[in-house]
Design a protein. Sequence first.
Length: 180
Amino acid sequence: MRAAIVSVTLGMLFLTAITVRADKVTTDYDHSVNFSKYKTFMWINESQINDPFMKDRIRGWINTHLINRGLRPVSDGADLAIGANLATEEKHVWETYYSGSDWGWGSTWSTTQEKTYLVGTLSVDLFDTQTRQLVWQGVATDTLSRKPEHRTKDYAKGIEKMFRDFPIFAFRETALPRVN
């Protein structure tokens, strides 16, 4: 019986750890906007992303998702303007490890270590160029890996999740052929 309780407890801790590690992606848009009127897009300013390689990759992924939904990139006079920003924050956690066989009765010792990690938040904003109002926003937050190849995969996954909820219903008729 005791082994079953320990197994269930460890399983719950494992699932909690996975949930805490998972990325968080949120999107929202102005539900009163008719997205079928948007045909073109452009970048309004240089992306606020310090890593030049990642900046190019993120712009490319965003462009690809918008093109796949029937929008066309232009350099001037677009219907939608895009802005992207990547912010990082250093976080700290302290982990304490206990050693000893008596669990409080007898000799025990503990060691506390500080772990430092980075959390990145990527925000993508789409503005209506006529009204200059925000019409769609996606935000992805995740723990950043120290390895560039892992960060690349994480950002690509976050942007893909962002655009899953993009109001594509306006583009389905024109961008994708109908199957009867």
